[in-house]
Design a protein around this ligand. Structure first.
Ligand code: KIV
Ligand code: NA
Length: 279
């Protein structure tokens, strides 16, 4: 498969072909996403939850992002790789944001960075872009700001809120963002925002009117304990947990019953070699 570049993504957008994006957080999850034809792999700070066992993304730090981005980059041979700027790595100043973005590129080996927020980040996005790092904006439900938003809630339901999202989207585009993630908003609002922009939008819980879609890989592959909360917008395409649990319980039973390992899984030795050892 040919390497996906920013130009490839622009061409998909121009052709009207939806851009397929999926998160990955380590070598195997990136390998399977890349081999299965994803245009973009996102190393989201959701790795705090899916890989580090945190309750939310607010605790994730740069060193964790870099470690995980590096493992993803080793596996992703074709996909365009985007890494999240974690909370606390970009808000203080444009300089801080540029420094963090360059670390994600140079140490984490990503091709672009994603930043949560809105119009207030315009000058920051402009500076990161000027440093040669492609920027994806993330508007709507921005999980890093869950404490300010009052939890994980759908955005853009009121006229004022929807207008705010549009304003944020336009400001980020104007500042140089080459793509936007729209999270958790009515599809009609996401479709209107998408129409008003000349850069692609990637929806998550934002309906079909976006230029592409993204989901968190462990959510859509069902790689989590049944009963765990998943947002309304998650379609579960597989049952990885079920399949892993089935195999692991079987293994446990066979260990306990002395069934495993049978001869097939052991190394042979000739009678002569054995006699030599025993003498
Ligand atoms: O961290 C993440 O996985 C994300 C996507 C859900 C867009 O930001
Ligand atoms: Na994220």
């Amino acid at each position: 498969r040919k390497k996906v570049t920013i130009q490839t993504l622009r061409n998909l957008y121009k052709k009207g072909e939806p851009i397929a994006m999926l998160t990955a957080h380590d070598f195997p999850s990136a390998h399977v996403a890349d081999a299965s034809g994803m245009d973009i792999i996102l190393v989201g700070d959701s790795l705090g939850m899916v890989a580090l066992g945190l309750d939310n993304t607010t605790e994730v730090v740069m060193d964790e992002m870099i470690l995980h981005c590096r493992s993803v980059a080793r596996a992703a041979k074709s996909a365009f790789i985007i890494g999240d700027l974690p909370m606390g790595s970009y808000e203080v100043s444009a300089e801080q944001a540029i420094e963090s973005s360059l670390r994600l590129v140079k140490e984490g080996r990503v091709h672009g960075v994603k930043i949560e927020g809105g119009a207030e980040l315009a000058s920051t996005i402009k500076r990161i872009t000027q440093a040669g790092v492609p920027v994806v904006g993330h508007v709507g439900l921005t999980p890093q700001r869950q404490n300010a938003l009052g939890g994980f809630r759908v955005q853009g339901k009121s006229r004022a809120s929807a207008l705010g999202l549009l304003e944020d989207a336009l400001a980020m585009q104007e500042a140089g963002a080459f793509m936007l993630v729209l999270e958790a908003m009515p599809s009609e609002i996401a479709a209107i925002i998408t129409k008003k922009l000349h850069i692609p939008t990637i929806g998550i819980g934002a309906g079909k009117g976006c230029s592409g879609q993204v989901l968190v890989q462990v959510d859509m592959t069902g790689n989590f304990q049944p009963g765990r909360f998943v947002p309304k917008f998650v379609k579960q395409y597989a049952d990885v947990w079920g399949e892993a649990a089935r195999g692991i319980s079987l293994y446990r039973d066979e260990v306990k019953s002395h069934e495993f390992p049978c001869e097939k899984y052991t190394y042979p030795i000739t009678p002569d070699e054995l006699a030599d050892f025993e003498k």
